[in-house]
Design a protein around this ligand. Structure first.
Ligand code: UGA
Length: 436
């Protein structure tokens, strides 16, 4: 099939390359000339495992190209819209500027029978508004939310755990759903659940899923707060409740909490939208979820400060990690970077290392000291804090080796990712989050 993908950021670039990898003829469109130039050379503008390979293959096969000209969308059977919906600068609601621009931009190039498939995360009610604008062209709007995780984005796109399509009622909707089944043919052939529903449900599935995940993380972090005043160990608690199949162990990792370009802004936008709908109280708990999450960053700082008797002034603190999670170079609302900034603000001499995210971190916090090489960053440290659980730190860094580099013996485990017993045995004073 011929597809266009409007917006070549995280979501769009991966979607375009992944669709080419399953045999479609794809054009990715974005207003950012530098991004398009880089993608056209097969270079991913951000770190995502597996993306460079499918980009190069797609371009070499002739099935994948990129353009800054919206006219190149003309002739595609399906136009995916994957532009960003960031938090508004002066509030919690989502900023729909890019979605509106993408729809207005593509409308002149639509043919009757084309599909416009929205993938961006939007406030419920948006699709119905956009459909009214698209329908005079004879094209059909569908809402087809995306559930990919950064770091696993290629796999999640080609082989998702479910597909959701919000379609208009009647024959038009049935036809639209059939077209999407053809687009996602390998997943459909594998019997991947394909849920066909209305616009509002499709929009809500996306925000509900992210709200649930955020709530699960803040739930275990709330338990960590209780564990901290009772002497309990939240990691054992998570293991124990996680054995209940109804609860499950995944996303019960207590630590400095969630960040990134999705969970934080999505729960805020959801709250803002619910308030507009007169149902603010229905998701009032999301304010608590947000507050618990932000408190954990302060708690990590408190642990470091406490370890040094109440002041980190002029202490050399090595921060292991800057990305909001491993397998990503994304530092948007990164709890890791936030902790580093707070320690710097308290007068610590902070050295940050990260396998992938240093350049992005430096761009937004040029005042901090960055060292690419892990061991170099650890040299002379009075204390160490793990904030992004990359394998390089969690699995591959032995406490004995770290002791040959650092001067002090304080380690704070902001992700509960280290082997506490091993670090203690090697002479370190170990502090976990929600652990004795
Ligand atoms: C999230 C969702 O997981 C995806 O399903 C969704 O498609 C995506 O947002 C989106 O809306 O685009 P992502 O932001 O890539 O994906 O990251 P997650 O893997 O969900 O992690 C989010 C944050 O939670 C990270 O900072 C991570 O460190 C933290 N986290 C995760 C915890 O603190 N504890 C856990 O147990 C798990």
């Amino acid at each position: 099939m011929r597809l266009s993908v409007i917006g070549c950021g995280y979501l769009g670039a991966v979607h375009a390359a992944a669709m080419a990898s399953i045999g479609h003829d794809v054009v990715g469109i974005d207003v950012d000339e530098r991004k398009i130039a880089s993608l056209s050379k097969g270079e991913a503008p951000f770190f995502e495992p597996g993306l460079p390979e499918i980009l190069s293959e797609g371009i070499a096969s002739g099935r994948l190209r990129f353009s800054t000209d919206m006219a190149d969308a003309h002739g595609a059977d399906v136009h995916f819209v994957g532009v960003g919906t960031p938090q508004q600068k002066d509030g919690y609601a989502a900023d729909l500027t890019y979605v509106n621009a993408a729809i207005d931009g593509v409308i002149p190039y639509l043919r009757a029978g084309d599909l416009v498939a929205g993938k961006s995360t939007v406030p419920v009610g948006t699709a119905a508004d956009l459909a009214a604008r698209v329908s005079p062209t004879g094209a059909t709007l569908v809402w087809n939310p995306e559930f990919l995780r950064e770091g696993f984005a290629v796999k999640d796109t080609v082989d998702p755990d479910r597909l959701v399509a919000g379609v208009p009622s009647g024959e038009e909707g049935e036809r639209a759903a059939d077209i999407l089944r053809q687009v996602y043919h390998p997943a459909i052939a594998k019997q991947t659940p394909f849920i066909v529903t209305d616009y509002a449900t499709a929009e809500l599935v996306k925000v509900a899923a992210n709200a649930f995940l955020a709530t699960k993380i803040s739930f275990i972090n709330a338990m960590a707060e209780i564990a901290e005043v009772t002497g309990a160990d939240v990691t054992q608690l998570a293991d124990a409740i996680g054995h209940d199949a109804r609860i499950g162990r995944r996303f019960l990792g207590a630590g400095i909490g969630f960040g990134g370009g999705c969970l934080p802004k999505d729960i805020r936008a959801f709250s803002a939208r619910a308030e507009e709908l007169g149902r603010g109280e229905s998701v009032g708990f999301l304010r608590e979820v947000d507050a618990i999450n932000l408190r954990r960053r302060d708690r990590a700082v408190e642990l470091v400060v406490g370890a040094f008797g109440g002041s980190v002034f002029k202490k050399n603190i090595t921060v292991l990690g800057a990305a909001f999670k491993p397998h990503s170079d994304d530092v948007r609302d990164s709890p890791a970077l936030d902790v580093a900034v707070k320690l710097h603000g308290l007068g610590a001499w902070v050295t940050i290392t990260d396998p992938e995210a240093i350049e992005n971190a430096r761009r937004i916090h040029p005042q901090l000291n960055y060292v690419a090489e892990r061991d170099e960053a650890l040299r002379g440290a009075d204390g160490v804090i793990l904030v992004t659980e990359w394998d390089e730190y969690r699995r591959d860094l032995s406490p004995e080796h770290a002791a040959t580099l650092a001067t002090g013996r304080v380690v704070v485990d902001g992700r509960n990712g280290l082997d506490a017993a091993a670090w203690r045995a090697a002479g370190w004073t170990y502090y976990g989050m929600g652990r004795p």
